[in-house]
Design a protein around this ligand. Sequence first.
Ligand SMILES: *[C@@H]1O[C@H](CO)[C@@H](O)[C@H](O)[C@H]1NC(C)=O
Ligand SMILES: *[C@@H]1O[C@H](CO)[C@@H](O)[C@H](O)[C@H]1NC(C)=O
Ligand SMILES: *[C@@H]1O[C@H](CO)[C@@H](O)[C@H](O)[C@H]1NC(C)=O
Length: 206
Amino acid sequence: MTCSQNRSILVTLPLLLLILETSPPVKCQTALSLAETKHSCMALKAEFGEGCVCKQTKRYGQPECCCMGWQVTQMPVNLTADVGYLYLHNTSISEVTSNFFDAYPSIRELEISDSVHLEHFDGSSLTVLPKLRKLSVTKCPNLREISGKLLVNNTRIQTVILKSNGLRTMPSLRMTDAHHVLVDRIDLSGNKIKFIGDSKVRNVKA
Ligand SMILES: *[C@@H]1O[C@H](CO)[C@@H](O)[C@H](O)[C@H]1NC(C)=O
Ligand SMILES: *[C@@H]1O[C@H](CO)[C@@H](O)[C@H](O)[C@H]1NC(C)=O
Ligand SMILES: *[C@@H]1O[C@H](CO)[C@@H](O)[C@H](O)[C@H]1NC(C)=O
């Protein structure tokens, strides 16, 4: 009796592992829809038009901050330190430098959109964000290059959207065995990428 019970455990265990490995990432970790994520930006637009606001949200109990408009010329130093969701919409920031996010290590979702001034993004800026799940940089027509290796230290990354920018070269995406989840979306559409070198995408679990 004990023997056959033991055997059934031995048989089902590999099956269970297989299911865990092949099932898509758990629902609660799925990136939020655009309408939900842009919430603080909409409030800012309605109330002030330009600048930065931070609001406490129920999502993971972390605040979200939105910066918007050309009067935002650089990454503000006075946002809530534990900001979990950061949106930079239509700012005049021209460069995301390597130390850009150092003051805000709790960021889980980062969205940069509609920024004609943005020209360069240093991928090493993301290494200080171990909780990052979603990276979205869209509609930045003058963003030609994302330098450095993206994702190396972002072991929880799930969604990478780099859509409708001016990228001419493929960003270097690097994942390691330390990455916990499968990436459910990588979108590089609407750029000017002509060639994808085979050294560019390494170990990406998508
Ligand atoms: C940050 O400081 C600027 C002025 O330097 C102010 O206009 C802005 O409202 C502040 N933002 C936050 C989120 O406190
Ligand atoms: C961006 O903001 C500037 C003013 O700060 C405004 O003139 C322009 O229309 C805005 N562009 C978009 C795409 O919202
Ligand atoms: C990568 O993340 C870990 C924490 O998860 C941190 O200790 C380490 O300094 C990070 N690496 C870099 C290059 O920032």
